[in-house]
Structures are given as structure tokens and as C-alpha cells.
Ligand binder design. Structure first.
Ligand SMILES: Cc1cc2nc3c(=O)[nH]c(=O)nc-3n(C[C@H](O)[C@H](O)[C@H](O)COP(=O)(O)O)c2cc1C
Length: 438
């Protein structure tokens, strides 16, 4: 199969709902608690250095990947993540071939590669990688899509924090994997966040780390799609900071700490600016996407039936309870023709970036938002489009206020989270009883 055929086969096999060839999916027991991947990667044999509070690299890493809230053994971070599984890891790279791994809870760097130098060191890039087992443990092969969504969300925060960074998905996979010491199968490079205009060093890092769980499962289709989209052809443009959420005097760091995916919406109408401004921010700088919107309660806009949108969002009430729900979509045949198979990675990444931008922009206006999964084919049918849905974001009036996240190494302890999830569960059960048209 060529790259385009691999993309079509993978996309079709990992569609939610509908009649598709799923014969190549691994049959496994999802959510086996005894085989759950560890949330943090550790390197017991390598030196760890905490980052100082005023370190600019630490600021960029913490407000995009750091742990900001904790509830029991659940760690919530600065950017949203499907299923709160956080498969994205970060490695800082300096001009003297220094490579270090970022620990999101301990807020520090583990030195993985160092060469004798003149003592001067300047950071040049952050490499983001993805660990497919972290998401595949719950979602199977569809988990590969999550790596790109989640890295897009991380990058959205980075671009909101700094005008200086530019982000590339177009690089030599093997060289970047070797640089940060990952094998290209159980973990692989997703994005290079350039901090300055300088090439990555050609160094190689050799490290060993403990397995993430008792028996990590490899999914052949994930390896196939990762390899099938690897062709490096220079057609993808770099991502830079674009339109920003309105901060109204608050710091971007405070907005990020206030963000948290909304679990319950109230059925309230919002002014038109609450749609236009956030959608403007979210859609900027994502050239492969188009954005289809189901409007439920926005002043001056006709209302779409909430029950239909709820169904499209995998029957989750949040999709229909919102003021509006945005379906970030891409015409995959056009993407393949224009930029090749690597463009599939980019379209998913852009959707994650758009979702996080939309969430931040919604929070800046006092609204709430959440990413949502979806029934792929039915979204196409309802919107009568050839574009494939890449991700969904629902925006609306939250039914509660979430507690802001905490500073590095001081995450906010959430005490009412289980009660909130209980209310979400009740809403899910009540939602099943609603009939289309309501
Ligand atoms: C790609 C993506 C898909 C998501 N899908 C859903 C979903 O289908 N249903 C849901 O309730 N939340 C969904 N979320 C929100 C996550 O559950 C949420 O980000 C995660 O639990 C972490 O919580 P936080 O965003 O409050 O930090 C999704 C988030 C992302 C990034």
C-alpha cells in the first residue's frame, strides 16, 4: 500500500460507528487496570534537575504540559487531553547537543545526553513525542489520532505563550527519534517546537527506561499508519502564534490555569460575540481545516436541534447542551493530493490546536468548553460534506465554576471532582431518554 492508501485504510478502520472493515484491529481488553500505562515517564538512572520558577523554558513547558490539578490519582494538566491520558512527552534540546526530558509533575529536567562543551548553553527546541500505548490502552488503534490531537492542544498553549516559537511537523522522523532516544515504535516524535532559528543537532541519545506497564500491547495498524505518513517532503508549513484570546488585563498563564474541560452546560443563550470571537481565534492558522458549526443558543442565529448534535457527539449530552458545537473537519482527499500522507498527521494536529484555542478563547469570555469525540460518518451526512470530522469542540455556559489550577509542583487538589463526574453520569443517563427533536 502507498501512503495515501494506508491513510484511507487506517482512517476507515478507526471510524466510530458505521460498517467498516475492522478485521485488522487488535482484539484486546480495553481499560485493563492491571496493565494501565504509567502517567509519567521516569529515568531512574539519569540526573534530575528541578526547573527554577523564573526559567523561561520552564514557563513554556509548565503552561503547556505541566500538572495543574490533581484528583486522587488523576493528574490534570495545562492542556486538554482525550481521556486525560496525556500521551505527549517533551524533550528540551540545547545548541551544545544537550538533551533533557521534562517531568510534568516534578517540573524539572532529566539529563539524557550531554557532551563536553565550553559551558555556554542555549535552548534551541522542544521535541514533542507521543506514546501510543498510553491512549491505545483505552481507545485501541484510534488512539493514534489522539497523539496528534493532544500534541496540537499542547502547541496551542505554547503559541499563546510565546510569539517566538514556530512549530514543525515536517522533519526526518528517524533523526529526531534518535536525538531524543526513542525507538520510533513505542514512542515517536510528533512535533519540533523551534525556540530559535537553528537546526536541530544530529546527536544520538541512548537511554533505557522502565516499561510503562506490565504488558504494553503493540498495535500493528498504529505502526503502519505512523510509517505510512512519514514521508518528509517539505509541503507542510510551520505553525506560529496567530490570533489570541482576549485577555482583558489578565495574564495568559492565569487563563491557562482557569481552563478545564467543562463537564456540564446550562441551556442558556449567549451573545453573538461569544461565537464569533472564539471561532475567529480557533480557526486562525489551521490551513487544512474547515469548521462546521451546530448552533443551539446564540442570539440572532437559528437553532439546530440539540438531540441531533448530541447524537453526532457519540451520544454525549455535552455536544447538545452547548450553546454551539464546532466540528473541525478536513477534506482528506484534498489533503492527500495537496500535501501528501503526512498531511493526515497535520490535519489531526490542527484540529487539536483549534480545539484548545477555542477552549481558551471561550474561557476568556467566561464561557466553558470541551473537546468531544464523534460518529465520523454521521457528521458528514448531517452537514452534507465530503470533509471528514477531525475533532469536535462544544462551547457553552458552564453549570459550575472549576477551581483554577496551581503553580509548578503545587497542583490544586480537586475535592468535588467525583461528585461532578457523578452529575455528568446522571446527565448521560437522562440524555439517553431524550428523543430527537428535543
Ligand atoms: C482530543 C480530545 C477529545 C476529547 N473527547 C472528549 C469526549 O469525547 N468527552 C468528554 O467528556 N471529554 C472529552 N475530552 C476532554 C477530556 O476528557 C479532558 O481534556 C480531560 O479529561 C482532561 O481534563 P481537563 O481538560 O479539564 O484538563 C476530549 C479532549 C480532547 C483533547
Amino acid at each position: 500500500m502507498n501512503g495515501a492508501e494506508v491513510v484511507r485504510a487506517y482512517h476507515s478502520a478507526t471510524i466510530h460507528g458505521g460498517d467498516h472493515d475492522r478485521s485488522r484491529l487488535v482484539r484486546f481488553r480495553p481499560l485493563d487496570p492491571t496493565n494501565r500505562p504509567a502517567p509519567f515517564k521516569v529515568y531512574p538512572d539519569y540526573p534530575f534537575t528541578p526547573l527554577d520558577d523564573d526559567d523561561p523554558l520552564g514557563r513554556l513547558l509548565f503552561y503547556s504540559l505541566g500538572v495543574t490539578r490533581v484528583s486522587g490519582s488523576s493528574y490534570f494538566r495545562a492542556a486538554m487531553s482525550a481521556g486525560n491520558l496525556h500521551p505527549v512527552e517533551a524533550y528540551a534540546v540545547a545548541d551544545d547537543d544537550f538533551v533533557a526530558h521534562y517531568h510534568p509533575l516534578q517540573h524539572g529536567l532529566t539529563t539524557l545526553h550531554e557532551e563536553d562543551g565550553d559551558g555556554h548553553r542555549a535552548w534551541i527546541a522542544v521535541v514533542l513525542t507521543g506514546i501510543p500505548w498510553r491512549t491505545a490502552w483505552k481507545y485501541g488503534e484510534r488512539g493514534w489520532r489522539h497523539l496528534w490531537w493532544d500534541s496540537g492542544a499542547v502547541v496551542a498553549n505554547m503559541l499563546a505563550l510565546s510569539d517566538d516559537v514556530s512549530v514543525s511537523l515536517d522533519f526526518d522522523d528517524d533523526a529526531v527519534n534518535r536525538l531524543v532516544g526513542v525507538d520510533g515504535t513505542s514512542e515517536f516524535a510528533l512535533a519540533v517546537v523551534h525556540l530559535v532559528d537553528e537546526e536541530l543537532p544530529g546527536a544520538e541519545t541512548h537511554v533505557t527506561t522502565p516499561a510503562l506497564s506490565r504488558n504494553p500491547i503493540e498495535f500493528p495498524l498504529v505502526t503502519e499508519i505512523q510509517n505510512g505518513t512519514r514521508q518528509h517532503h517539505g509541503h507542510l508549513r510551520a505553525y506560529r502564534g496567530g490570533k489570541r484570546p482576549q485577555l482583558r488585563g489578565q495574564a495568559i498563564e492565569d487563563l491557562i490555569l482557569r481552563r478545564g474541560s467543562t463537564r456540564l452546560f446550562r441551556h442558556e443563550t449567549v451573545p453573538e460575540a461569544s461565537l464569533k470571537d472564539p471561532v475567529d481565534v480557533a480557526t486562525d492558522g489551521a490551513p487544512l481545516l474547515e469548521h462546521l458549526i451546530a448552533v443551539h443558543a446564540v442570539e440572532g442565529w437559528p437553532a439546530a436541534p440539540r438531540a441531533v448534535t448530541q447524537h453526532l457527539c457519540y451520544d454525549q449530552p455535552l455536544g447538545g447542551d452547548s450553546a454551539y458545537t464546532v466540528f473541525h473537519s478536513a477534506d482528506l482527499e484534498k489533503v492527500l493530493a495537496d500535501v501528501g500522507p503526512r498531511g493526515y498527521r497535520a490535519a489531526l494536529f490542527e484540529a487539536g490546536m483549534a480545539a484548545e484555542r477555542l477552549e481558551l478563547a471561550a474561557f476568556s469570555l467566561g464561557l466553558g468548553a470541551t473537546g468531544l469525540t464523534f460518529y465520523d460518518d454521521e457528521v458528514k451526512e448531517v452537514f452534507d460534506t465530503d470533509a471528514a470530522c477531525m475533532l469536535v469542540t462544544a462551547v457553552g455556559v458552564p453549570d459550575y465554576r472549576s477551581r483554577p489550577g496551581g503553580a509548578p509542583r503545587k497542583p490544586t487538589q480537586l475535592h468535588g471532582f467525583d461528585a461532578l463526574m457523578g452529575r455528568l453520569q446522571m446527565r448521560m443517563l437522562a440524555g439517553r431518554n431524550t428523543t430527537p427533536g428535543q
